[in-house]
Design a protein around this ligand. Sequence first.
Ligand code: ASP
Ligand code: MG
Length: 457
Amino acid sequence: MIVMKFGGSSVADAGRIRHVAGIVETQVKRKPVLILSAMGDTTDHLLGAADTAVKTGIVSIGSIEELHAKTIQELRLPEAIEKGLQQEITPLLDELRSLLVGISLIREITNRTKDYLVSFGERLSVRIMAAYFNAIHIKAQAFDAWDMGFLSDSNFSSAWLLKESWDLIPAKVLPVIESGVLPVVTGFIAREKSGAVTTLGRGGSDLTATVIAVACKAEEVQVWKDVDGILTADPRLVPEAKPLEEVTYEEAAELAYFGAQVLHPRAMQPCTKTGTPVLVKNSYNPQAPGTRIVSSVQKKGPIRAISTRKNVTLIDIVSTRMLGQYGFLEKVFSNFARFGISVDMVATSEVSVSVTLDTANDLDAVKAELSQIATVEIKKGRAIVTIIGDVNRSSEILQRAFGVCENLGVQVQMISQGASKVNISFIVNDTQADDVVKGLHRNFFGEPHEDPYKKQG
Ligand code: ASP
Ligand code: MG
């Protein structure tokens, strides 16, 4: 069997759904399990509707209802199938509306309620897709992830799956496949023991896909996106960026964590145990070979890819007790832990430590605590530039990278070479990050080729 995962933009409307069905059809013999995200930007729209309900008390899900209704209409399903689909969709939309009414009355929302709310996106998309398969005579059935064994802890908004899931999932999934039915499963969501809906974090459908693949010992996972695989840089920033033929799980995870929005950072983890290959493909360009993510690859050149994560806060913490205070780092990090703040990059000296975090964190309380043992300086508006490269050539990489920064007149404010050994990251001002990435790409991957046919002047 194989696992095929399609993201929101791949199932954004009736045309895209037909197209996805076409891609799946060519591989039906390989016994696929399908994992879907919510249609288009539905997750964002649901969160937006919650925000509106909290702030204004108004319930507005018109655009979400319209998108799903229009899609169903445009799929022109046979009457019986459409009727069956409506019978499944209508109660879901009613439940969603009631939930939003509730939120609009209480005027507040917890992560628990948010997870319940966004789950409707995936629950709607899988039902529509399964109906379409049945319409084109591919026997399919929609499943909510909890009916396929996805049991998680109660860490709402970024839940972890419980150990039991690893046995439950194959026990649920494999019989469906063996009966000749194509399972269409919601990505992103799960349930905790008491039955409340949880989510695996934004972009979590990738993780759903790799978990099913590893639990069911699938031959491969295909992750269908709207780009030609994992690229050497963000193509919106560097138009000459090229897809990579192969990367390792480690490299893919580092890239995901440090800003390349290709895959969920945790999605590679299950595969490292089994070596299950993950193929990143472009649903808009299925002929393109895509990127294969595997355990180890042959290195070509000093670096593989560059990414950037913006809107980062840098904190310099200097001990007021002077040299050699053991326990200083422990105090610093236990404070972050206590406030549930996760740190991305760390650099230390004898008396100081610098860390970076996401700007969304509220730092007042942790600053007050830390100020008892250190002077604390908070610098917002920074960006992390990450180079994924060959650690055996780190001196060369650093030399060239700093040369690029120097030529651009950019001051590097902190640097760290990750323990994962594939990651070299440094901090610059947010406003300079794009130029640095472009400069690095030119330096390591060459100037963009001139198009000889391009019209002059
Ligand atoms: N629909 C969810 C999101 O937008 C999950 C996913 O797309 O993987 O984050
Ligand atoms: Mg999405």
